[in-house]
Design a protein around this ligand. Structure first.
Ligand SMILES: Nc1ncnc2c1ncn2[C@@H]1O[C@H](COP(=O)(O)OP(=O)(O)O)[C@@H](O)[C@H]1O
Ligand SMILES: Nc1ccn([C@@H]2O[C@H](COP(=O)(O)OP(=O)(O)O)[C@@H](O)[C@H]2O)c(=O)n1
Ligand SMILES: [Mg+2]
Length: 210
């Protein structure tokens, strides 16, 4: 197990003083809600490292790994890759960053992701940033995204919306019941969304400084 997780577990178990206090924010919302766009802004202003689960999976797919074909098929089909694969990629990226503040974008996307991350790392998110956006607006954005993604076509998008409603929204509801969700109206222009995002991170910084 990586040192970053050992450090977090020490903190959870309270057996010895933590080496490092890790701050993790989960960034969730449907496909095209603006997670990646806003994370880039947050990085600039608040010193986080941005880890997109989707980007890490696409990089793994392209690296010629044994899991490449499985990842490719699942992404095209909008299915959620088993957490064993995704968590390994996230932890490796956390280690490599050397940072202690992370935006984890697009994860956890189902209950299996959520429970596995909690049991493997012992990390509880500081909060969950939730980009709330109507489906028709998300569909328009994804179809105009132009990043050459194999899943940004209408057929894959329909499947992704279904998975989002059936598997990802329940995770957001779970965190909402614990008072951890910071909901943002993501239907507005990028700059206006970021005004709301900034308020959330500024109040966290004030809490930490207090
Ligand atoms: N608030 C917004 N208004 C209009 N377009 C946006 C907004 N936020 C992001 N976009 C655009 O929508 C597309 C999807 O955004 P992205 O950040 O990749 O979303 P996600 O990571 O949630 O799928 C991109 O082309 C992006 O430039
Ligand atoms: N936790 C995750 C995140 C993404 N993925 C896969 O990667 C795809 C793209 O995720 P993404 O976060 O890049 O997509 P967007 O929400 O940014 O449009 C998902 O539809 C899943 O197939 C996954 O399996 N598990
Ligand atoms: Mg994204």
């Amino acid at each position: 197990m990586g040192t970053i997780v050992d450090a977090a577990n020490k903190e959870v178990n309270g057996s010895s003083p933590p080496d490092k206090k890790l701050t993790v924010v989960f960034v969730l919302g449907g496909p095209g809600s603006g997670k990646g766009t806003q994370c880039a802004n947050i990085v600039q202003h608040f010193g986080y490292t941005h880890l997109s689960a989707g980007d890490l999976l696409r990089a793994e797919q392209n690296s010629g790994s044994d899991n490449g074909e499985m990842i490719k098929t699942m992404i095209k089909d909008g299915q959620i890759v088993p957490s064993e694969v995704t968590i390994k990629l996230l932890l490796r990226a956390m280690e490599e960053s050397g940072n202690d503040k992370f935006l984890i974008d697009g994860f956890p996307r189902n209950e299996e992701n959520r429970a596995a991350f909690e049991s493997v790392t012992g990390i509880e998110p500081e909060f969950v940033l939730f980009f709330d956006c109507p489906e028709e607006e998300m569909e328009k954005r994804v179809l105009n995204r132009n990043q050459g993604r194999a899943d940004d076509n209408i057929e894959s998008i329909r499947k992704r919306f279904k998975v989002y409603t059936q598997s990802s929204l329940p995770v957001i509801e779970y965190y909402d019941s614990k008072g951890k969700v910071r909901k943002i109206d993501a239907s507005k222009p990028v700059e206006e969304v970021f005004v709301a995002v900034k308020e959330v991170f500024t109040s966290l910084d004030e809490k930490v400084a207090a």
